[in-house]
Design a protein around this ligand. Structure first.
Ligand code: SAH
Length: 206
């Protein structure tokens, strides 16, 4: 039972982020490691840190110092900071940071249990700093390499900001072409729930 949400019954059709949390919960076991590719306010980092447990590890990436400060504060308050590594770098550099430390563990035990993305801009901050299609797609490729079999990548996508629709379309185009034997790609999207509700894509590595 990882977080507050576990105490509530899950809605039949949960919101994109809640569904992402549910999928990640299925994929990670205590003691494993995971990646938050867009730390933002740190909510997903916290979710992952609870799931990996005291023996686990979570890497959290963001390009903004402000995001990592908020994440650090949140984790500190919850007593979870020691099981996380906060990295002020773009997620297009995931492998460069994670492989030197995790390479031999990946060979022995398999890779990350989950990699979470929450795209767009940091709420309450500079709306011009947004995730971009090219770097997002590069990060997905690297995340797939770092993922264990049975692990999951989740990506919550927002289209209400300038550049959001283009990013979504490029991601969907890219994901539809992934090989089907080892990778299962899901799109989860509400069709009649107002303007631009966030969408979820998820990739399971078989
Ligand atoms: N849209 C979400 C929050 C997204 S936060 C919501 O409304 O809740 C997205 C985070 O991604 C921001 O903190 C931003 O700084 C970060 N980001 C932007 N480009 C990035 C990159 N290349 N690598 C890692 N993080 C990035």
């Amino acid at each position: 039972m990882a977080g507050e949400e576990s105490n509530k019954a899950m809605e039949v059709l949960p919101k994109a982020l809640t569904f992402a949390h549910h999928l990640v919960e299925q994929a990670i076991k205590p003691g494993e490691w995971a990646i938050d590719a867009t730390a933002g306010n740190g909510k997903d980092t916290e979710w992952l840190a609870r799931l990996v447990g005291s023996e686990g590890l979570v890497y959290a990436f963001d390009v903004q110092e402000k995001a990592l400060e908020r994440t650090r504060e949140r984790l500190q308050d919850k007593g979870l900071l020691s099981r996380t590594k906060l990295i002020l770098q773009g997620h297009e550099h995931l492998k460069k940071h994670v492989l030197p430390e995790m390479g031999s563990r990946i060979e022995k035990e398999g890779g990350a249990g989950a990699v979470m993305f929450n795209l767009g801009f940091l709420p309450g901050s500079d709306h011009r700093v947004i995730t971009k299609p090219e770097t997002t797609i590069e990060a997905i490729s690297q995340a797939m390499e770092l993922l264990k079999r049975g692990g999951v990548i989740t990506m919550v996508i927002y289209t209400g900001h300038s550049g959001g629709v283009e990013e979504k379309e490029m991601i969907y185009e890219h994901l539809a072409e992934l090989e089907a034997e080892n990778l299962v790609v899901l799109s989860y999207r509400f069709m009649n729930q107002g303007d631009n509700p966030p969408e979820l894509v998820a990739i399971e590595k078989k």
